[in-house]
Design a protein. Sequence first.
Length: 276
Amino acid sequence: MNEAPILITTEELDDQLDNGEVRVVDLSKLEHYASSHIPGATHLDYVTLLDGNKPAPGQLPPGKQLEQLSAALGLSDGCRIIACDDEGSGRAARLVWTLHVMGYPSCSVLDGGMTAWRNEHRRLSVELPVRENTAPTVAMDTSVIATREYILSHLNDDQVILVDARTPEEYIGTKQLSARAGHIPGAVNLNWLDTIDTDNHLRLKPKRILEDMLEARQILPTREVITYCQTHHRSAHTWMLLKSLGYPAVRGYPGSWSEWGNDPETPIQTLSEVNP
């Protein structure tokens, strides 16, 4: 199956809305979707993409649940999924990452999401589309997943870099959301919010600015990149960003800090250890 560009603009989607092979999936809150949405868009509850079990609720759901997701989205050859939300594209990116994991790379994130779509006064609807379920299509692609074990085996690998998409406070350990605070040893911090252009309807910032941010942190396309946050919501957005810039090897860690920080056996690093 051909891989679609990871991003699609509002102009491009508007031009393709009448294409029966394009299917828009809206991960905004249900009440926002119900008030108005892109014509033909279906709603998907974000929790469908998560295992939901503590201590690491962001883990991938069981295979049966992924099969149900495939059927509900109507995945089939020739179909392109366009994911959107109205909170910065983190939820949409998590769906697209999940589809890549499922072996379905014909999917894209709407750059700017519903914020850009509404602010540009594009077509909206309140009609609820009816779609028939299809046979499940799941062929797992493990090349886009990082597990705890995979990371442990690459902690001292110069060709692999870990990107922590959380806030600086979470990264250095002054804000604690798990049993332990800090970050995975060697990880660099790139707060996902710093990559979003709040002056341009929550689209990604311009390419040159993003490339400078990445280069300053030695996040280079010659290295394999692993993204993580607390539950692989923010870091799914970072995964999408790197894919949009053409990085060839990017993995997402669904366990993220909720798994790593709650495991007493995994090594951690804090600010004092980074800057003694």
